[in-house]
Design a binder for this molecule. Sequence first.
Ligand code: AHG
Ligand code: MN
Ligand code: MN
Length: 327
Amino acid sequence: MSNPLITIERFLLSQQPENAKGDLTTLFYDIALAAKMIATQTRRSALLDILGYEGTTNVQGERQRKLDVYADDVMFKLNDHTGRLCAMVSEERDDWIPIPEVYSKGHYILVYDPLDGSSNIDTNVTIGTIFGVFHTLDIDQRGRIEDCLRPGRELVAAGYIIYGTSTMFVYSAGQGVHGFTLDPEIGEFLLTHENMRFPEKPAYYSFNFGAALLWEKGMQKYAEWLQSAPEPRLSQRYIGSLVADFHRNLLYGGIYGYPGEVKYPNGKIRLLYEAGPLAFLAEHAGGYGSNGVTSLLDIKPDSLHQRTPVFIGTRSLVEKVEEFLGK
Ligand code: AHG
Ligand code: MN
Ligand code: MN
């Protein structure tokens, strides 16, 4: 008996608490629509002159790709006027984004990395979108920066879209992690991975070993342990797209790590809209996300684009990092 055909809309409604207004559910619809639009562009990027650079740089000092800017535009334009949000934060924009006074304000804050893995866009390698949702600290106020600078523990939902051989939407609102695959023929996300959990036995580790000589001693010792101790032996897989590495490790077990090193003393990954949302998902799938000392969910960002070392995936492999770095 094949899977019953359950659309993301029907699934979200079935998960919605009785007394809920439905704003979070409809916010997910908006993000799913953005995902379909971005997926369409990633499928045809070379045909639409959407490869290559926009000729601008973002707050990270990174040269923006055309698809970075397109994805950011879509996420913003689908969410700025709906009355469901009171603020947004994007990797591609310097400051937090208030909801224009002309639109009614909502109770949610959306933080997002519109396109993760940008260095892969021109190489036809899997890329993604990462998002997190917070509830406002004060429903009587229009959004403020305090509503945005929140630890991942306060997320009400988080997820990612992965633009790979198929397009998948993976999210959690605190009741398990669920995956939906886009049927491009009908334009619907259909439930294909209910209650995703890290398998007991991990299979992979994902580190950029090109930077290994720049890692601190404890990290180098952990890397040696990783390549020799676990049974069965793990394989190295590193795509350069955090979403793709995270997704594969969620399915087959494993750890993604981006330690601090000379070029990125505090790590490269951004806490608010990359590490936090994925650590929320990891914990709701039986895994763990750490900065090498403590849970990523317990770190309150001091600034919107704050970077952090990231070790995320199968709990036992992540806890081992804390052991080696604590020595
Ligand atoms: P983004 O494209 O949003 O800037 O994120 C890229 C991140 C992450 O997705 C990936 O794992 C990492 O950068 C790759 O960095 P290196 O090329 O330094 O390994
Ligand atoms: Mn990213
Ligand atoms: Mn990005």
